[in-house]
Design a protein around this ligand. Structure first.
Ligand SMILES: [Zn+2]
Ligand SMILES: [Zn+2]
Length: 438
């Protein structure tokens, strides 16, 4: 069967300049070299003629490439800038909100080689890269399927956010695109075509796992992953809506899943977070961390267990800024409900003027930090009480990220210990299976 294609939104602008590095077919003509399109009255102008949509298809699909000028990269990051980028495959122009969108259409496996090369460290082991290739492919094909199904009536959500004066329970999940399957930013997966050299080991990993996806009950899995689970895998509903994913469930990130504590229980959660239980991701080995953390240059290796402290002024200012509400002095941060990995999905912020229950895990991490807290699996120590008001808060926590699905640091350790990619995947996605798709 033919490899499916993916459509990737690269940029949109009023005017787009591009170079066809080889011969392309468009509207029955053969063209090459420097080109430009611009918008006029809601249509695309190319060579003085108006079009609603325009597609350039390479004549030699193996060697054809084109360069887009001034693509913005690192959107909303401190390093945001423009660069020219080169792509294989076809180039489609469509109208998107009074701009022209440049969309790259290419085979799924080629796309995966590019995204995994830019996402993963060049130091990663082959088995870790193969596991990632299967995850990325599963995510992508599920996305393409979703876009095909989008014409069908949308399924009702299982759960709605709560926004009352006493409670703020919200979660963040990716919004889908309408004009194309995925975008080229971190919102989906960062994609830069063939602008930068791809990693030969990544190519090997993608080709070795060609067509393989994770499935459960004949459906492609929603293969979530995070940096470090903290020793126990979290379940889906702690982080997103209350829907059931039998392959994203509680499990020790270890060889032994027996006698695992009930971390929804506050006493057991405290003991877990303050301890250092055995787990694949319980490592400070920089060589292994470097496999997972691209451009890893930090001194800290404390991801499995971490600690952060705030003065009263700092925590008060943070919460006020991040929620846009005044709490007065912060008196306590009380755990209300924890998921199976000890991650909080409800936290009560008790202030001298206001009290609010906050959730779910990402909202808690966002509100209690200038960037994001490593995780919501933490315990709170109130220190230096003055008139019942702590002058310092110390947060001691476990793990990095939501902890649902594959644990990247744990998977890197498993790869080093000699586990194969399918053993790694089936360890994290309990009861899923690996099938060939299309
Ligand atoms: Zn996107
Ligand atoms: Zn882990």
């Amino acid at each position: 069967m033919k490899t499916p294609q993916v459509s990737v939104g690269i940029m949109s602008s009023q005017v787009i300049e591009f170079t066809l590095n080889s011969h392309y077919l468009v509207k029955g003509q053969e063209v090459a070299g420097l080109q430009s399109v611009q918008i006029q009255n809601g249509q695309i102008v190319w060579n003085n003629i108006l079009y609603d949509e325009l597609i350039f298809i390479p004549i030699d699909t193996d060697k054809g490439s084109f360069e887009l000028k001034d693509v913005t990269i690192g959107v909303n990051f401190h390093w945001e800038r423009k660069e020219n980028q080169t792509f294989r495959g076809s180039l489609l122009f469509s109208i998107d909100n009074n701009e022209i969108a440049a969309i790259n259409i290419l085979p799924v496996e080629e796309y995966l080689i590019s995204v995994i090369s830019s996402e993963m460290s060049a130091n990663a082991s082959l088995e870790l890269l193969k596991a990632h290739a299967v995850i990325s492919r599963s995510w992508l094909l599920a996305q393409i399927q979703k876009n095909k199904d989008a014409v069908d009536s949308k399924a009702e959500p299982f759960e709605s956010p709560t926004l009352t004066p006493e409670e703020r329970i919200i979660w963040y999940d990716r919004e889908d695109h309408l004009l194309f399957d995925v975008c080229a930013d971190d919102h989906c997966q960062r994609y830069q075509g063939i602008t930068r050299a791809t990693n030969a080991l990544v190519r090997q990993a993608v080709l070795a796992t060609e067509r393989e996806v994770l499935t459960y009950n004949n459906r492609i899995c929603d293969a979530r992953y995070s940096k470090c689970c903290g020793g126990m895998l979290e379940e889906f509903s702690t982080c997103w809506e209350k829907s059931s994913h039998p392959y994203l469930v509680k499990k020790r990130d270890w060889t032994d899943n027996e006698n695992s504590p009930n971390l929804k229980d506050e006493d057991q959660a405290q003991k877990w977070i303050l301890g250092s239980p055995d787990a694949f991701c319980n490592t400070k080995d920089k060589v292994i961390l470097r496999q997972v953390l691209n451009n890893y240059d930090q001194e800290t290796t404390d991801f499995y267990r971490w600690e952060i402290s705030y003065s009263q002024d700092e925590i008060r200012a943070l919460i006020e800024k991040n929620l846009g509400m005044e709490f007065g002095d912060i008196i306590d941060l009380e755990p209300v409900a924890r998921g199976v990995s000890s991650r909080l999905y409800k936290l009560r912020i008790v202030g001298s003027q206001k009290t609010l229950v906050l959730g779910k895990e990402l909202e808690i991490r966002r509100v209690l930090s200038n960037s994001h807290l490593y995780s919501s699996a933490f315990v709170v120590e109130r220190k230096n009480l003055s008139n019942q008001i702590p002058q310092e808060f110390v947060l001691k926590g476990a793990g990095w990220g939501h902890g649902v699905g594959l644990c990247q640091i744990g998977a890197a350790v498993m790869g080093e210990k000699g586990y194969s990619y399918d053993e790694i995947l089936l360890h994290y996605y309990v009861s899923a299976q690996i099938d060939k798709h299309y």
